[in-house]
Design a protein around this ligand. Structure first.
Ligand code: FAD
Length: 311
């Protein structure tokens, strides 16, 4: 996550400033406000701003005038109830804004989440940095044999070196071509005065998907939880999951009660189909049940058994 000295100074200046406010603030989130949390080899997530806290969820749910004199245990109980029963609008009363630096192929998955406000770094206007993602050795894997959308065995040794060399060489070649097409030095003057160079909006098109882009991404708590439930899930690709996991920690700092309820009723919970509930009831009654007699497909059966901790 190489930040330039100027970027580090700007972050430090923001972090040193105190702004008095009557609005609810959350000390644990203030602690990390503006600070870049490293993700992957050159990426980061920073919390730039937020609105509301656990109390704001409770206030909205009760449509109350003030913070009230309710006890913490009552607030926790209410937040758990709202989460359990998918009464989602009180969670929409809280907002959070992130600055994210991420590889383009991760951004393509991320942008599918439409219920957020996004402003991306413009590669029509500015020149992209020579920064591209190369997976760490443990994350270099072959295609999964059983799952068409996933990874299998980790690639090691000579094969891993070959893969890494190819990834690095391709990205370096692509960036060298980009720089040549732009034909600009650091001061913006032509490197080769004998030709005009290509517009930035066109020169970028040969860069590979592992180059880094950046955006500001703002969403409300309800949609953030939806994003995290999909992208912090083990089925999500590792690279986007790495961002979601860093954001889960910001969630824990920001709204600890909602975070706890989210883990309990969403992230670590399972939804059972009507047929699956019948299977569970039969198992509880001591009846022998196998996949053939369960009414479930082999895949659903495997998923149910995994959820119940049975092989
Ligand atoms: C493991 C995984 C694999 C995936 N694989 C693929 C893939 O192979 N190909 C692919 O194209 N995508 C894939 N996706 C992307 C996925 O299909 C969704 O586009 C993405 O997860 C965003 O989810 P969302 O639409 O619920 O989120 P958001 O866009 O944030 O929407 C949140 C919710 O708002 C509502 N909503 C938003 N917009 C509309 C609308 N226009 N109409 C109706 N309701 C709306 C829906 O209820 C939606 O769930 C994958 C996602 C995951 C997590």
């Amino acid at each position: 996550m190489p930040l330039t000295p100027e970027q580090e100074q700007e972050i430090a200046a923001e972090r040193a400033a105190d702004r008095p406010t009557r609005r609810a603030t959350v000390p644990a989130l203030e602690e990390i406000l503006y600070a870049a949390i490293p993700v992957l080899d050159h990426g980061f997530v920073r919390v730039i701003d937020y609105m509301g806290d656990d109390g704001a969820i409770v206030q909205a749910a009760r449509v109350s005038y003030g913070r009230g004199t309710r006890r913490v245990s009552e607030d926790r109980g209410l937040i758990n109830y709202l989460m359990r029963h998918r009464h989602t609008t009180p969670f929409e009363m809280c907002e959070i804004k992130y600055h994210v630096k991420l590889p383009i192929f991760v951004a393509r998955q991320w942008i599918r989440h439409r219920t957020a406000n996004v402003n991306e770094y413009s590669a029509r206007y500015s020149i992209l940095d020579n920064e591209f993602y190369i997976p760490a050795p443990g994350h270099l894997a072959a295609q999964a044999a059983t799952n068409r959308q996933g990874r299998g065995e980790v690639i090691e040794g000579e094969a891993a070196r070959r893969v890494l060399d190819l990834l690095r060489e391709d990205a370096e070649r692509a960036y060298a071509g980009y720089a040549e097409l732009l034909n600009e030095d650091d001061a913006g003057a032509p490197r080769d005065p004998s030709w005009p160079g290509l517009a930035r909006e066109l020169a970028r098109m040969n860069l590979s998907l592992n180059f880094y882009t950046q955006w500001y991404w703002k969403t409300d708590l309800h949609n953030l939880l939806h994003f995290l439930s999909l992208r912090a899930d083990p089925h999500a690709q590792y690279e986007i999951r790495a961002y979601a996991e860093a954001m889960l920690d910001t969630l824990r700092r920001w709204v600890p009660m909602a975070h706890e309820a989210f883990l309990e009723y969403r992230m670590n919970a399972v939804t059972l189909s009507a047929s699956a509930i019948k299977v569970v009831c039969r198992l509880l009654a001591g009846e022998p049940v196998d996949q053939a007699s369960s009414g479930l497909s082999p895949r659903e059966w495997r998923e149910l058994m995994a959820s119940l901790g049975r092989t």
